[in-house]
Design a protein around this ligand. Sequence first.
Ligand SMILES: *[C@@H]1O[C@H](CO)[C@@H](O)[C@H](O)[C@H]1NC(C)=O
Length: 343
Amino acid sequence: MSDPKKTSVLVVGGGSVGAIAALNLEVGGLASVTVVLRSNYNKVKETGYDIQSCDHGEVKAWRPTSVRNQVPNITEEGADPYDFIVLTTKNIPDVGPTVAELIAPALDKENAHTTIVLIQNGLNIEKPLIEAYPKATILSGVSLIGSAEPQPGVIVQDDKDRLLIGPFDTPNIHASFAEAKAKEFVKIYGAGGKTDCKYSPDVSHDRWRKLVYNACLNPICAITGLDTGRIRLADGAVEGLVKPAMREIVVAAKAVGVELAKDVMETMIEVDPLDLYLSPSMLADVRKGNYIEFENLLGEPLREGKKAGVPMPTLEVLYQIARALQWRTKESRGLVDIPAKRT
Ligand SMILES: *[C@@H]1O[C@H](CO)[C@@H](O)[C@H](O)[C@H]1NC(C)=O
Protein backbone atom coordinates (compact mmCIF):
# COMPACT_ATOMS: atom_id res chain seq x y z
CA MET A 1 0.00 0.00 0.00
CA SER A 2 1.23 3.46 -0.70
CA ASP A 3 1.74 5.89 2.14
CA PRO A 4 -0.59 8.91 1.79
CA LYS A 5 2.04 11.21 3.26
CA LYS A 6 4.45 10.32 0.50
CA THR A 7 4.48 11.41 -3.12
CA SER A 8 3.22 8.59 -5.32
CA VAL A 9 5.38 7.79 -8.32
CA LEU A 10 4.82 5.28 -11.09
CA VAL A 11 8.07 4.33 -12.82
CA VAL A 12 7.35 2.74 -16.20
CA GLY A 13 10.33 0.65 -17.27
CA GLY A 14 12.30 -1.13 -14.55
CA GLY A 15 15.50 -1.87 -16.45
CA SER A 16 18.91 -0.46 -15.62
CA VAL A 17 17.88 3.22 -15.68
CA GLY A 18 14.45 2.77 -14.11
CA ALA A 19 15.69 0.58 -11.26
CA ILE A 20 18.24 3.18 -10.16
CA ALA A 21 15.62 5.94 -10.52
CA ALA A 22 13.21 3.95 -8.34
CA LEU A 23 15.95 3.32 -5.78
CA ASN A 24 16.86 7.01 -5.58
CA LEU A 25 13.21 7.97 -5.18
CA GLU A 26 12.66 5.43 -2.39
CA VAL A 27 15.86 5.97 -0.41
CA GLY A 28 15.05 9.65 -0.02
CA GLY A 29 11.97 8.63 1.98
CA LEU A 30 9.67 11.14 0.26
CA ALA A 31 8.19 8.90 -2.41
CA SER A 32 6.41 5.58 -2.63
CA VAL A 33 7.25 3.98 -5.93
CA THR A 34 5.42 1.50 -8.11
CA VAL A 35 7.59 0.06 -10.86
CA VAL A 36 6.12 -1.43 -14.02
CA LEU A 37 8.28 -4.31 -15.23
CA ARG A 38 8.17 -6.62 -18.19
CA SER A 39 10.87 -9.22 -18.85
CA ASN A 40 12.28 -9.09 -15.31
CA TYR A 41 8.91 -8.99 -13.50
CA ASN A 42 8.97 -12.52 -12.08
CA LYS A 43 12.52 -12.21 -10.78
CA VAL A 44 11.96 -8.83 -9.10
CA LYS A 45 8.57 -9.86 -7.73
CA GLU A 46 10.05 -13.00 -6.19
CA THR A 47 13.51 -12.01 -5.00
CA GLY A 48 13.85 -8.27 -5.65
CA TYR A 49 16.62 -6.47 -7.46
CA ASP A 50 20.28 -7.19 -6.83
CA ILE A 51 22.07 -3.91 -7.36
CA GLN A 52 25.79 -3.24 -7.51
CA SER A 53 26.11 0.51 -7.67
CA CYS A 54 28.88 3.10 -7.54
CA ASP A 55 26.36 5.46 -5.88
CA HIS A 56 24.56 3.07 -3.51
CA GLY A 57 27.04 0.24 -2.96
CA GLU A 58 25.77 -3.34 -2.82
CA VAL A 59 22.00 -3.51 -2.41
CA LYS A 60 20.64 -7.06 -2.26
CA ALA A 61 17.04 -8.20 -2.72
CA TRP A 62 15.76 -4.64 -2.99
CA ARG A 63 12.09 -4.06 -3.69
CA PRO A 64 10.28 -0.83 -4.43
CA THR A 65 6.97 -0.27 -2.61
CA SER A 66 5.11 -2.07 -5.37
CA VAL A 67 5.86 -3.88 -8.62
CA ARG A 68 3.42 -4.50 -11.44
CA ASN A 69 3.61 -6.39 -14.72
CA GLN A 70 1.58 -3.82 -16.60
CA VAL A 71 0.64 -0.17 -16.34
CA PRO A 72 -2.23 -0.09 -13.82
CA ASN A 73 -5.65 1.00 -15.02
CA ILE A 74 -6.53 3.52 -12.30
CA THR A 75 -10.14 3.82 -13.49
CA GLU A 76 -10.73 0.09 -13.22
CA GLU A 77 -8.97 -0.10 -9.85
CA GLY A 78 -10.66 3.01 -8.49
CA ALA A 79 -7.17 4.23 -7.52
CA ASP A 80 -6.01 7.80 -6.98
CA PRO A 81 -3.96 9.25 -9.83
CA TYR A 82 -0.19 9.16 -9.35
CA ASP A 83 1.59 12.41 -8.52
CA PHE A 84 4.33 11.60 -11.03
CA ILE A 85 4.68 9.09 -13.84
CA VAL A 86 8.31 8.58 -14.80
CA LEU A 87 9.13 7.00 -18.16
CA THR A 88 12.43 5.13 -18.37
CA THR A 89 11.57 2.87 -21.28
CA LYS A 90 13.12 3.22 -24.70
CA ASN A 91 11.11 5.57 -26.87
CA ILE A 92 10.55 3.99 -30.29
CA PRO A 93 7.56 5.73 -31.88
CA ASP A 94 8.04 4.01 -35.25
CA VAL A 95 7.39 0.61 -33.69
CA GLY A 96 4.98 1.33 -30.84
CA PRO A 97 3.24 1.29 -28.51
CA THR A 98 3.84 5.02 -28.22
CA VAL A 99 4.55 6.51 -24.81
CA ALA A 100 1.10 8.14 -24.85
CA GLU A 101 -0.56 4.77 -25.44
CA LEU A 102 1.62 3.03 -22.89
CA ILE A 103 0.65 5.27 -19.98
CA ALA A 104 -2.99 5.74 -21.00
CA PRO A 105 -4.40 3.32 -18.38
CA ALA A 106 -2.76 5.32 -15.56
CA LEU A 107 -4.08 8.69 -16.72
CA ASP A 108 -7.46 10.04 -17.61
CA LYS A 109 -7.78 12.21 -20.67
CA GLU A 110 -8.60 15.25 -18.54
CA ASN A 111 -5.55 14.62 -16.39
CA ALA A 112 -4.33 17.77 -14.69
CA HIS A 113 -2.96 16.07 -11.57
CA THR A 114 -0.21 13.77 -12.74
CA THR A 115 3.11 15.21 -13.86
CA ILE A 116 4.84 13.17 -16.58
CA VAL A 117 8.64 12.91 -16.42
CA LEU A 118 10.39 11.69 -19.57
CA ILE A 119 13.83 10.29 -18.68
CA GLN A 120 14.41 9.47 -22.33
CA ASN A 121 16.67 10.73 -25.07
CA GLY A 122 16.07 12.74 -28.18
CA LEU A 123 14.11 15.66 -29.46
CA ASN A 124 10.41 16.52 -29.53
CA ILE A 125 9.48 13.55 -27.35
CA GLU A 126 7.02 15.76 -25.43
CA LYS A 127 5.00 16.68 -28.54
CA PRO A 128 2.83 13.53 -28.81
CA LEU A 129 2.14 13.73 -25.06
CA ILE A 130 1.02 17.35 -25.21
CA GLU A 131 -1.38 16.32 -27.93
CA ALA A 132 -2.72 13.31 -26.00
CA TYR A 133 -2.80 14.98 -22.56
CA PRO A 134 -3.09 18.74 -23.11
CA LYS A 135 -3.51 19.52 -19.40
CA ALA A 136 -0.52 17.53 -18.18
CA THR A 137 2.70 19.06 -16.93
CA ILE A 138 5.59 17.35 -18.73
CA LEU A 139 9.17 17.36 -17.48
CA SER A 140 12.39 16.56 -19.28
CA GLY A 141 14.96 14.23 -17.75
CA VAL A 142 18.39 14.05 -19.35
CA SER A 143 20.26 11.20 -17.74
CA LEU A 144 23.99 10.60 -17.90
CA ILE A 145 24.06 7.33 -15.98
CA GLY A 146 26.16 4.31 -16.83
CA SER A 147 24.25 1.20 -15.87
CA ALA A 148 23.36 -2.18 -17.29
CA GLU A 149 21.22 -5.21 -16.55
CA PRO A 150 23.40 -8.24 -17.37
CA GLN A 151 20.71 -10.63 -16.08
CA PRO A 152 17.04 -9.99 -15.30
CA GLY A 153 16.80 -8.01 -12.05
CA VAL A 154 20.58 -7.71 -11.69
CA ILE A 155 21.70 -4.09 -12.07
CA VAL A 156 25.31 -3.02 -12.38
CA GLN A 157 25.81 0.72 -12.19
CA ASP A 158 29.41 1.68 -12.85
CA ASP A 159 29.05 5.35 -13.71
CA LYS A 160 27.43 7.97 -11.49
CA ASP A 161 23.78 8.93 -11.87
CA ARG A 162 23.58 12.52 -13.10
CA LEU A 163 20.12 13.70 -13.98
CA LEU A 164 19.02 17.10 -15.33
CA ILE A 165 15.35 17.88 -14.78
CA GLY A 166 13.51 20.81 -16.33
CA PRO A 167 10.08 21.70 -17.68
CA PHE A 168 9.25 21.18 -21.34
CA ASP A 169 7.51 24.11 -22.97
CA THR A 170 3.86 23.17 -22.86
CA PRO A 171 1.28 25.58 -24.29
CA ASN A 172 -1.41 25.06 -21.64
CA ILE A 173 0.70 24.98 -18.47
CA HIS A 174 1.99 28.12 -16.82
CA ALA A 175 5.81 28.17 -16.88
CA SER A 176 6.08 28.91 -13.17
CA PHE A 177 3.83 25.93 -12.33
CA ALA A 178 5.93 23.57 -14.45
CA GLU A 179 9.10 24.99 -12.91
CA ALA A 180 7.75 24.34 -9.41
CA LYS A 181 6.90 20.74 -10.36
CA ALA A 182 10.40 20.23 -11.76
CA LYS A 183 11.97 21.54 -8.55
CA GLU A 184 9.68 19.37 -6.46
CA PHE A 185 10.77 16.29 -8.43
CA VAL A 186 14.45 17.22 -8.03
CA LYS A 187 13.94 17.46 -4.27
CA ILE A 188 12.23 14.08 -4.01
CA TYR A 189 14.69 12.37 -6.33
CA GLY A 190 17.77 13.78 -4.63
CA ALA A 191 16.58 13.48 -1.03
CA GLY A 192 18.63 10.33 -0.40
CA GLY A 193 21.81 12.19 -1.27
CA LYS A 194 23.16 9.35 -3.43
CA THR A 195 22.69 10.98 -6.81
CA ASP A 196 23.49 14.19 -8.64
CA CYS A 197 20.06 15.42 -9.71
CA LYS A 198 19.79 19.06 -10.69
CA TYR A 199 17.14 21.45 -11.83
CA SER A 200 18.07 22.70 -15.29
CA PRO A 201 15.80 25.32 -16.85
CA ASP A 202 17.23 25.08 -20.37
CA VAL A 203 15.81 21.80 -21.61
CA SER A 204 16.57 22.54 -25.27
CA HIS A 205 20.22 23.14 -24.51
CA ASP A 206 20.55 19.93 -22.47
CA ARG A 207 18.86 17.87 -25.19
CA TRP A 208 20.82 19.32 -28.15
CA ARG A 209 24.07 18.94 -26.21
CA LYS A 210 23.41 15.24 -25.68
CA LEU A 211 22.48 14.89 -29.36
CA VAL A 212 26.06 15.78 -30.28
CA TYR A 213 26.76 12.27 -28.99
CA ASN A 214 23.46 10.53 -29.61
CA ALA A 215 22.75 11.66 -33.18
CA CYS A 216 26.34 11.11 -34.28
CA LEU A 217 28.62 8.71 -32.41
CA ASN A 218 25.73 6.51 -31.36
CA PRO A 219 24.38 5.68 -34.86
CA ILE A 220 27.86 5.67 -36.41
CA CYS A 221 28.92 2.97 -33.93
CA ALA A 222 25.69 1.06 -34.56
CA ILE A 223 26.14 1.18 -38.35
CA THR A 224 29.85 0.32 -38.39
CA GLY A 225 29.70 -2.22 -35.58
CA LEU A 226 32.57 -0.42 -33.83
CA ASP A 227 32.52 0.60 -30.14
CA THR A 228 33.45 4.10 -28.96
CA GLY A 229 37.12 3.16 -28.55
CA ARG A 230 37.51 1.44 -31.92
CA ILE A 231 35.71 4.21 -33.83
CA ARG A 232 38.39 6.58 -32.52
CA LEU A 233 41.14 4.22 -33.68
CA ALA A 234 39.57 3.39 -37.04
CA ASP A 235 41.21 4.96 -40.11
CA GLY A 236 39.73 8.39 -40.68
CA ALA A 237 36.42 7.70 -38.94
CA VAL A 238 36.54 10.61 -36.50
CA GLU A 239 37.63 13.22 -39.06
CA GLY A 240 35.64 11.82 -41.97
CA LEU A 241 32.44 10.76 -40.27
CA VAL A 242 32.00 11.66 -36.59
CA LYS A 243 33.07 15.30 -36.77
CA PRO A 244 31.14 16.17 -39.94
CA ALA A 245 27.99 14.75 -38.32
CA MET A 246 28.65 16.61 -35.07
CA ARG A 247 29.26 19.87 -36.91
CA GLU A 248 25.84 19.58 -38.53
CA ILE A 249 24.19 19.11 -35.12
CA VAL A 250 26.06 22.10 -33.67
CA VAL A 251 24.97 24.30 -36.61
CA ALA A 252 21.37 23.02 -36.45
CA ALA A 253 21.25 23.74 -32.71
CA LYS A 254 22.47 27.27 -33.33
CA ALA A 255 19.86 27.73 -36.06
CA VAL A 256 17.10 26.94 -33.56
CA GLY A 257 18.61 29.24 -30.96
CA VAL A 258 20.74 26.83 -28.91
CA GLU A 259 24.37 27.84 -28.49
CA LEU A 260 26.57 24.88 -27.54
CA ALA A 261 29.98 25.17 -25.92
CA LYS A 262 32.93 25.64 -28.31
CA ASP A 263 34.56 22.38 -27.24
CA VAL A 264 31.37 20.29 -27.22
CA MET A 265 32.53 18.04 -30.09
CA GLU A 266 35.83 17.12 -28.44
CA THR A 267 34.06 16.69 -25.09
CA MET A 268 31.56 14.23 -26.57
CA ILE A 269 34.16 12.29 -28.57
CA GLU A 270 36.25 11.87 -25.43
CA VAL A 271 33.40 11.50 -22.94
CA ASP A 272 34.27 7.84 -22.35
CA PRO A 273 37.91 6.75 -21.97
CA LEU A 274 38.98 5.12 -25.26
CA ASP A 275 40.18 1.92 -23.63
CA LEU A 276 36.83 1.18 -22.03
CA TYR A 277 35.63 0.21 -25.54
CA LEU A 278 32.04 1.03 -24.60
CA SER A 279 29.08 0.18 -26.79
CA PRO A 280 26.66 3.10 -27.10
CA SER A 281 22.96 2.22 -26.79
CA MET A 282 22.22 1.84 -30.50
CA LEU A 283 25.19 -0.48 -31.05
CA ALA A 284 24.14 -2.56 -28.03
CA ASP A 285 20.60 -2.72 -29.40
CA VAL A 286 21.68 -3.75 -32.89
CA ARG A 287 23.86 -6.50 -31.41
CA LYS A 288 20.95 -7.81 -29.35
CA GLY A 289 18.58 -7.66 -32.30
CA ASN A 290 16.57 -4.90 -30.61
CA TYR A 291 14.97 -1.91 -32.24
CA ILE A 292 16.98 1.34 -32.17
CA GLU A 293 15.75 4.75 -30.99
CA PHE A 294 16.73 6.38 -34.26
CA GLU A 295 13.65 8.54 -34.87
CA ASN A 296 14.00 10.70 -31.74
CA LEU A 297 17.82 10.65 -31.68
CA LEU A 298 18.47 11.17 -35.37
CA GLY A 299 15.25 11.82 -37.30
CA GLU A 300 13.96 14.71 -35.18
CA PRO A 301 17.20 16.76 -35.10
CA LEU A 302 17.60 16.12 -38.84
CA ARG A 303 14.09 17.40 -39.52
CA GLU A 304 14.57 20.41 -37.23
CA GLY A 305 17.87 21.29 -38.86
CA LYS A 306 16.49 21.02 -42.40
CA LYS A 307 13.44 23.07 -41.42
CA ALA A 308 15.80 25.79 -40.22
CA GLY A 309 17.63 25.71 -43.57
CA VAL A 310 20.77 23.90 -42.37
CA PRO A 311 22.37 21.50 -44.89
CA MET A 312 22.66 18.11 -43.14
CA PRO A 313 24.07 15.68 -45.72
CA THR A 314 25.88 13.46 -43.19
CA LEU A 315 22.90 13.20 -40.83
CA GLU A 316 20.64 12.44 -43.79
CA VAL A 317 22.73 9.43 -44.79
CA LEU A 318 23.06 8.21 -41.20
CA TYR A 319 19.30 8.52 -40.78
CA GLN A 320 18.49 6.56 -43.93
CA ILE A 321 20.93 3.79 -43.02
CA ALA A 322 19.51 3.62 -39.47
CA ARG A 323 16.05 3.41 -40.98
CA ALA A 324 17.12 0.46 -43.12
CA LEU A 325 18.62 -1.23 -40.04
CA GLN A 326 15.30 -0.80 -38.25
CA TRP A 327 13.49 -2.36 -41.22
CA ARG A 328 15.89 -5.30 -41.06
CA THR A 329 14.96 -5.84 -37.40
CA LYS A 330 11.27 -5.52 -38.22
CA GLU A 331 11.61 -8.18 -40.90
CA SER A 332 13.49 -10.51 -38.57
CA ARG A 333 10.62 -10.16 -36.09
CA GLY A 334 7.99 -10.88 -38.71
CA LEU A 335 6.58 -7.34 -38.82
CA VAL A 336 6.88 -6.91 -42.58
CA ASP A 337 5.68 -9.06 -45.43
CA ILE A 338 7.94 -9.30 -48.44
CA PRO A 339 7.21 -10.86 -51.83
CA ALA A 340 8.42 -14.45 -52.14
CA LYS A 341 11.80 -14.99 -53.78
CA ARG A 342 11.58 -15.74 -57.50
CA THR A 343 12.60 -19.29 -58.35
C1 LIG B 1 -9.44 1.17 -18.05
O1 LIG B 1 -10.58 0.47 -17.57
C2 LIG B 1 -11.79 1.04 -17.97
C3 LIG B 1 -12.90 0.30 -17.20
O2 LIG B 1 -12.78 -1.09 -17.36
C4 LIG B 1 -11.94 0.91 -19.47
O3 LIG B 1 -13.16 1.47 -19.91
C5 LIG B 1 -10.77 1.66 -20.12
O4 LIG B 1 -10.81 1.47 -21.52
C6 LIG B 1 -9.44 1.19 -19.56
N1 LIG B 1 -8.43 2.12 -20.06
C7 LIG B 1 -7.42 1.74 -20.83
C8 LIG B 1 -6.56 2.82 -21.34
O5 LIG B 1 -7.17 0.58 -21.09
